[in-house]
Design a protein around this ligand. Sequence first.
Ligand SMILES: C[S@@+](CC[C@H](N)C(=O)[O-])C[C@H]1O[C@@H](n2cnc3c(N)ncnc32)[C@H](O)[C@@H]1O
Ligand SMILES: Nc1nc2[nH]cc(C(=O)O)c2c(=O)[nH]1
Ligand code: SF4
Ligand SMILES: [Mg+2]
Length: 258
Amino acid sequence: MPVASDVSGLGSNDDGDGDGLPINELFYSLQGEGKLSGVPSVFVRTSGCNLRCWFCDSYHTSWEPTGARLSIEDIVDEVREYEHAGHVVLTGGEPMIHEQAVPLLDELAAYGYHTTVETNGTIYRDAAIDLASISPKLSNSTPTPDRDPKGDGEWERRHEDQRIDLEALTNLVDEYESQLKFVVTGADDLSEIDTLVDMLREQVAVTVPDGDVLLMPEGMTRATLDKNRNHVAELAMERGYRYTPRLHVDLWNDEPGT
Ligand SMILES: C[S@@+](CC[C@H](N)C(=O)[O-])C[C@H]1O[C@@H](n2cnc3c(N)ncnc32)[C@H](O)[C@@H]1O
Ligand SMILES: Nc1nc2[nH]cc(C(=O)O)c2c(=O)[nH]1
Ligand code: SF4
Ligand SMILES: [Mg+2]
């Protein structure tokens, strides 16, 4: 199976061939997004991303990546401390930029965990993934100079060039149980989503039901979600796609470690 080789964009968190993974945070919460919303889960958040969405709710994994390198063994030991959790969510940043995500997922599978990987869908890896939670990035995510949180649009071109990789998306959808989770900012996004879903349906060997296409309101705070969620819910009803809440934001706003 092909593996995307360009995993650049790590900045200071480039893990090369080193052992372990740069971890930004590890915490226990409820899965807040997607088909498994509400399920108690341990979150392992890697640092570093190959994209730069202007709205990224995990700024310290993308725009300013920070984290400590932990061995696979130490990560698994920490996960196992949360004895009520049978689900692990590997997220980031972009977890699939890290080659060491594969042995981590193997080890978690060996302990019997259900694994969800939250990914932007630009990199395919052959790994022990029970649910590929794919969030392809629409043009609404591009850090144009007017909405760059850090600079003057230096990442605009690179983000735009890399945000969709149809081959990686096809492999992810063909090889894993999956959901396509789009961040929606308005009605204009729907034609872009329809076009991408149609293109994918032509490429993949499996069926992609409308129920596996999820619309998620943009918003890293409760206040922003209050403005966006009803409109996005109505768009999901109109189109027959599924709506996903951001349960963690509803419950805990933007508190870290939730
Ligand atoms: C921080 S990302 C990490 C995983 C991966 N890089 C990705 O984008 O899918 C986790 C999830 O949060 C979503 N997300 C990030 N910022 C958001 C925002 N402001 N509003 C809604 N969803 C957001 C992403 O689309 C993704 O589904
Ligand atoms: N509770 C909770 N659920 C989540 N689902 C996906 C998340 C992510 O950041 O990938 C996330 C998160 O950060 N918190
Ligand atoms: S792809 Fe994910 S982690 Fe990377 S900038 Fe976008 S939302 Fe943040
Ligand atoms: Mg999050």
